[in-house]
Design a protein around this ligand. Sequence first.
Ligand code: ADP
Length: 523
Amino acid sequence: MSFMFRKFHSVIGQHHKRITVFTLHQLRMDRVPAATAGVTRNASSFKHENAFIDGKWVPAASGKTFQVINPSTGGVIGSVPDMDAQDTEEAIKVAYKAFQTWKETTARERSGVLRKWAELCTQHKDELAKLLTAEMGKPLAEAAGEVAYGTAFIEWFAEEARRVYGDIIPTTTNTRRMLVLKQPLGVAGMITPWNFPNAMITRKACAAIAAGCTVVLKPAEDTPYSALALCELASMAGMPPGVLNVVTSSRDHAAEVGKMLCKHPLVMKISFTGSTQVGKILLEQSASTVKKVSLELGGNAPFIVFDSADVDAAVKGLMGCKFRVSGQTCVCANRILVQEGIYDKFVQKVAETMDRELKVGDGFEDGTTQGPLINSKAVDKVQGHVDDAVIKGATVVRGGKRLDGNFFLPTLLSHVTQEMRCSSEETFGPVAPILKFKTEEEAVAIANVTSSGLAGYFFSQNLSQIWRVAEQLETGIVGVNEGLVSVPESPFGGWKESGLGSEGSKYGIDEYLHLKYVCMGGI
Ligand code: ADP
């Protein structure tokens, strides 16, 4: 523990100054003329200090702004417009107008714009990754991974745009023909979180745009710059004004922006990724106009390791599943259930691997695997879960405490029970709590006891057990002998209170399409 603590301080101590210089000076350029494709630029030139509506960079009507903070250094990166309900309504009207022409484009035209957008994101991937690390804190290598993942959604939906097929239904009367058309819904309102500032935007917006919808999107207040950089690249790719609009707002105005999107009659669809609590508010608000709603909400993923598992593979799977983005993903392992025969061996191996592989530090520092948590409130929550577990009898095997700023030591807890908060609530931090179980039935029962149902993982080499458990887990995503499973080609969505609908895959685009039955008579 103390070794990791010292290592952390040496990393931050040596490089804090350099990083502050990067975020405050290199990233301070605000209004930069649009880039020409093919020109390499630094991250600061993609940093926009205005929102993006109708293809223009605009301030809030009120003139208000709010600051964006680097969670690693606490330094101010810059500020963006603090928009409210009035600005949002303006953006909705613009998007509605743009929809009238965007819906008339051919699938091939939409595909072409998306493909060009993906090419530009690839060309400028380094600048996007740096911007992302500066505002969100995740290690640069992870940010680069997210940009590649986010770009893969643009590419995927460029392809899917051309594969939206209707149907012809065998007739029931010879004088009739029966068809099913798929048509775009209209304006889609979107609200995204800070943990994937790039990919959560492309996963939603590209499905909508490919279908022929237009978008008004509010990014998380912590990470607006990645969203705005994507707008610039979309514009460079030839996305017409009004098709993609980004409204930035502080936390103070998030509720009114959300309410406007949910209640406005010109908005046909709401797509949200974030907490279950906010998702429920948006679902309720959307009832007034009976909107189609997609929700990707909180998880409480079980990660089960059976006696039959390849323990080394399970440890490797857990490291990626638990500690990626410092444990701040909704599909992170939250409860690790290990069968009694291998419990001690597994805990020991995880501890050794953590010592070897995890390094806390600033995201720009070479070798950092664990960046900061997003803010001090998140650190308080994680510390609260650890303290609660310790009071109720858990053993701290590694870590267990906060460091300076928003950093938290990667933590391993053994002797965890179901009564502890870390078992029943999503921790959203680098804490691996390990529970012991005796039988498969018991493990499945514990896994399913929660009201969440996003992801579940298990490691086993027993074929019948693999089928049984994969079918019994009440989650929308199951990883079998795999800890990282999300790809654009596969559906992402939760059961129970983890959400509604699916994103990505061939199913994702349906969330933005109406089905229309056309009955042609008199034939
Ligand atoms: P977190 O606590 O991790 O930030 P939230 O669900 O609160 O998760 O935030 C996810 C997104 O939802 C962010 O863009 C945030 O601004 C937005 N948000 C928060 N509260 C509301 C609300 N009442 N209505 C609409 N959007 C909201």
